[in-house]
Design a protein around this ligand. Sequence first.
Ligand code: GLP
Length: 248
Amino acid sequence: MFISIRNDPAQAGIEAGKRAASLIRQAIESKGHATIILATGSSQFETLNQLTEEEGIDWSKVTMFHLDEYIGLPVSHKASFRKYLQERFIEKVPALENVNLINGEADPGQECQRLEKLISESPVDVALVGIGENGHLAFNDPPADFETRGAYLVVRLDEECRQQQVNEGWFGSINEVPTMAISMSVKQIMLSKQIVCTVPGARKAKAVENTLERRVSNCYPASILQNHPNCYLFLDNESASLLNDRLT
Ligand code: GLP
């Protein structure tokens, strides 16, 4: 794993955005097309901001997939991840070849099947992901399902995950946070040729420690990134603060 530790969250996000841009350009150069996965959440603010400002990406040759979405949350809600991607990415770049958002208001089983068919036809070059405070990868909370072969699955959100969304201001109280979501599966994320993972801030220090210093376990879902051949992890001093000396 390539690990970068910058002084602050903004620098980590900028570096992650630049790396993602470079990997997207390389994919377009080598095969005329790139397929990407985008994550949401506050961890992706700087990364997506940088990515949208990058020059020299032919966005008309890029197909986008969406990592996770709440079930039943309208797109007009401020915590909707479709709204987030619309405002923070899709409206900021020229038209993409394809945009594949998760419709959390559709029948969940059918929506998983629809997206699975699409992503199976479009091998993923670059996945942008984050790690939750509870160590989740996408919305695969611990103990995460490492076995599901389907590209998307319906998951139940744990309390720590839901509380994080309240603490970040996306919802007024935990009762307002949906309990179910559609998430890309861990196996599908791991199929991406390259993974760019941005994990900023002190709140993520424990999750980062568990990701890198535990044995791979579904109790620490993001620890599976240790097994990926091309994973770039962007940290800052605070999110890296619990790592041992060999990494800092
Ligand atoms: C979030 C999002 C994911 C993101 C991950 C970490 O809840 N659903 O798309 O990759 O979990 O991001 P953050 O902790 O910034 O929310």
